[in-house]
Design a protein. Structure first.
Length: 305
């Protein structure tokens, strides 16, 4: 049976009188890629900083790689790679110096991968941290999280600031780590971003987990976006009545809808008319995410405060 590498129980975090986390429970299993999704301010970074023992929880417990005291166990901490939302680094040191310092903290682990990773991300190691662009700082974050081939990677919005080509490079790197046996916890406010790599995702909203689901199941639930264009305006009523068809709308000769399950009924109804154009694509998780937050949407009971 898989064992949990990260165990979070009843995590509560107050910032003064503001309750940022309201009882977060999370379990990340050995070897999985776990997506952690939520809108701005939902509590992703706060949860992650509690997991890393950078922040003391108000209530609740955290266990990482078998210890609940990461600060007191540098040898366990050295098995974790962390990409923070905001990278802190001494402004006057060069990237190379910063990474060398981190290697020292990690008992020399990772030095041999610095050049390779920097080359992959087009990172100039001789630049000073001060004056680096947001994207270049993010590259430093990626290199320092991955370079020592950690067992557990905790990545807070890893692709933010990276251009599309480097986002792809990041995904390749994350997949390699996963194939190599690492466990990944990846936060994002964009579901489609982690959809490509995550096996499961947890959705956090206003300091509480509202959903934990397999990506494959989410995809099934997301359905397909279909559009059909006819040689005459289609009947909204006839198509709205079909099983599995939701959010049906008609504009001119074109019908748009979200289809769940088999397309049989839709195809039979459509075949009664002349179809001039047809498109269907799997909805991405972003679209499902939107449903989840729609006031009249498909969110389960109790999701909304
Ligand atoms: N140091 C702090 N002092 C006071 N409030 C804070 C502090 N850090 C975070 N918060 C608040 O706690 C809540 C959760 O913040 P957090 O940074 O964890 O969210 P997030 O999900 O990471 O958001 P984002 O997507 O914007 O990064 C927010 O309302 C935020 O304003
Ligand atoms: Mg954050």
């Amino acid at each position: 049976m898989a064992s949990a590498v990260v165990k979070v129980r009843g995590l509560v975090k107050d910032y003064g009188r503001f309750r940022a986390l309201r009882g977060v429970d999370l379990e990340v299993q050995q070897g999985e890629v776990f997506g952690f999704i939520g809108p701005n301010g939902a509590g992703k970074s706060t949860t992650i900083r509690c997991i890393l023992d950078l922040l003391r929880p108000t209530e609740g417990s955290v266990e990482v790689l078998g210890t609940s005291d990461l600060r007191g166990h540098p040898e366990v901490r050295a098995r974790v790679g962390y990409l923070p939302g905001e990278l802190a680094m001494h402004g006057s040191s060069t990237v190379r110096e910063h990474l060398a310092y981190l290697c020292e903290l990690r008992q020399g682990r990772g030095a041999e991968r610095v050049e390779e990773l920097a080359a992959r991300f087009g990172l100039d190691l001789d630049r000073r941290f001060r004056g680096l662009s947001k994207g270049n700082k993010q590259k430093v974050g990626v290199v320092q999280a991955f370079m020592h081939t950690p067992d557990l990677l905790i990545l807070d919005e890893p692709t933010s600031g990276l251009d599309p080509l480097l986002q792809q490079e990041f995904l390749r790197l994350a997949r390699e780590a996963h194939v190599g046996g690492a466990t990944l916890l990846v936060s994002s406010h964009i579901l489609s971003e982690v959809e490509a790599i995550a096996g499961r995702v947890a959705i956090i909203r206003a300091g509480a987990i509202v959903d934990v689901e397999d990506v494959a199941k989410l995809r099934e639930r997301a359905g397909q976006h279909v559009t059909l264009t006819f040689d005459e305006p289609p009947s909204l009523e006839a198509f709205s009545a079909l099983p599995g068809l939701e959010q049906v709308s008609v504009e001119g000769h074109t019908l748009s809808a979200v289809l769940h399950g088999a397309p049989d009924a839709l195809l039979k109804e459509a075949s009664r008319h002349t179809v001039t154009r047809w498109t269907a694509h799997d909805r991405n998780l972003e679209e499902l995410f939107m449903d989840h937050y729609r006031p009249d949407g498909a969110a389960s009971d109790g999701d909304r405060a």
